[in-house]
Design a protein around this ligand. Structure first.
Ligand SMILES: C[S@@+](CC[C@H](N)C(=O)[O-])C[C@H]1O[C@@H](n2cnc3c(N)ncnc32)[C@H](O)[C@@H]1O
Length: 400
């Protein structure tokens, strides 16, 4: 690790964590008002997002930190990217129990949005919240309520902290509705999946930091493990549209589609069942994933490598494959494959792209062999298009 603020997991900042630890200590020492004493200071870490809900800043991996949520609106993101596309409201009409896995629970916004969304449904709701950072989940107790359901999440967190001996005083008055069970698991999500492969969920909210910062929760191996704990009709929702994430889903056997667009950024929806995917990926995105080095996924064979090992493993694979077994992703080359180069107005871009393909032994972007490689059945689903293109690419570049 090359930064003082870096730990094995990317979580909230060290100073935020230390304050929470002081609250724990004071309360255990018998200070009934420890939380009130630290409230103002802890609220000082909150960042207000555009919809009035809050987020926090992470510690650092490398030079940068991230926020826990989109600054366009943490609560909006929870609804638009996770809860609404999960289709759990429809499901609630036809079942008696709904089970949800909330990976990277943070300050509980996805869970409170879900409970808000299902508040009029006559269904049992069981949620497993998985979060590596005790201090992050404890910070939730200080976040102003965004809705009534947020109080239920807080109550579940307080009960957990009391039961585990981190807090001493039962201060929250709210009562969790009898049809709701919230289980809290403080651990690495990879360990959770290893230990709970017998569970079956109706939906998964996959909400880690970005793939560049938290690759360990976007690997082929993690998704393979995740796939074992899903009902056939379950959807996995994530806010990222990164090619490496989408190809990891495909390599682990998922069908994939476009997630809802919120403030220009998309997301990804994955399922074991093809029919549940409503919006296909564009052919342009499919080409990038299937044909270029940027589509090489993260791997973590034993589900316990640190993030740098996972990043370096992919970087090495990309380096070896670029221009040899995959087209380079530079200048968005895969998007232009098969095009008549004269259609590219920007001369320097055209020259660059033509240079890349000629280096690989083709006559140009519209080399007949490239055009034949791209000729796949356009009625296939996104996953099968990616697999068909990958096979054609292999036949073109690798086989004899
Ligand atoms: C983007 S935030 C999630 C926000 C959250 N879903 C919410 O509704 O407030 C990412 C969270 O992942 C947690 N995290 C990081 N690495 C993890 C891991 N390996 N396993 C579980 N949680 C992890 C961080 O502590 C952080 O709280």
């Amino acid at each position: 690790m090359n930064n003082e603020d870096e730990s094995s997991h990317l979580e909230i900042s060290e100073s935020n964590k230390q304050l929470i630890q002081q609250v724990f200590q004071l309360e255990l020492d018998g200070h009934k008002d420890a939380r009130e004493l630290f409230k103002e200071e802890i609220l000082g870490f909150l960042i207000k997002t555009d919809d009035g809900s809050f987020t926090l800043s992470s510690g650092k991996r490398g030079e940068e930190s991230e926020t826990l949520h989109s600054t366009f609106g943490a609560r909006t993101e929870a609804f638009e990217k996770f809860v609404i596309p999960s289709k759990l409201l429809e499901k609630a009409e036809n079942t008696t129990i709904i089970k949800v896995l909330d990976i990277c629970s943070g300050i509980g916004y996805n869970v409170s949005a879900l409970l808000d969304y299902l508040k009029d449904s006559d269904v049992e709701i069981e949620i497993d919240m998985v979060e590596s950072s005790l201090e992050t989940i404890a910070t939730t107790l200080f976040i102003p309520d965004v809705c009534e359901s947020h109080q239920y999440v807080k109550k579940a967190i307080e009960s957990y902290l009391l039961k585990k001996g981190y807090l001493r005083y039962n201060k929250l008055l709210s009562t969790i509705p009898p049809n709701v069970t919230i289980n809290i698991h403080i651990c690495d999500a990879r360990d959770f999946l290893k230990r709970h492969s017998n569970k079956e969920y109706d939906a998964v909210f996959l909400d880690p930091f970005s793939p560049a910062k938290c690759p360990e929760l976007y690997t082929v191996d993690f998704f393979t493990q995740l796939k074992k704990c899903l009902t056939p009709t379950a959807l996995v929702l994530t806010y990222t549209a990164a090619s490496a994430v989408r190809s990891a889903f495909v390599d682990s056997g998922f069908y994939i589609g476009e997630g809802p667009r919120v403030h220009r950024s998309g997301g990804t929806i994955a399922s074991r069942t093809q029919d549940l995917i409503e919006t296909s990926l564009s052919f342009s995105d499919i080409k990038v994933i299937a044909l270029s080095d940027v589509g090489i996924p993260f791997l973590d064979p034993l589900l316990n490598d640190d993030y740098l090992t996972i990043i370096e493993r992919r970087q090495n694979q990309r380096r070896k494959s670029r221009g040899v077994t995959t087209f380079p992703s530079s200048s968005k080359l895969p998007r232009y494959l098969g095009l008549n180069p004269n259609e590219i107005e920007d001369e320097s871009l055209r020259e660059k792209l033509e240079f890349y393909v000629k280096e690989m032994g083709f006559t140009g972007l519209d080399d007949e062999k490239i055009i034949n490689m791209l000729d796949i059945d356009q009625n296939l689903c996104s996953r099968d298009k990616i697999l068909a293109l990958k096979e054609n690419l292999h036949n073109l570049l690798v086989k004899d």
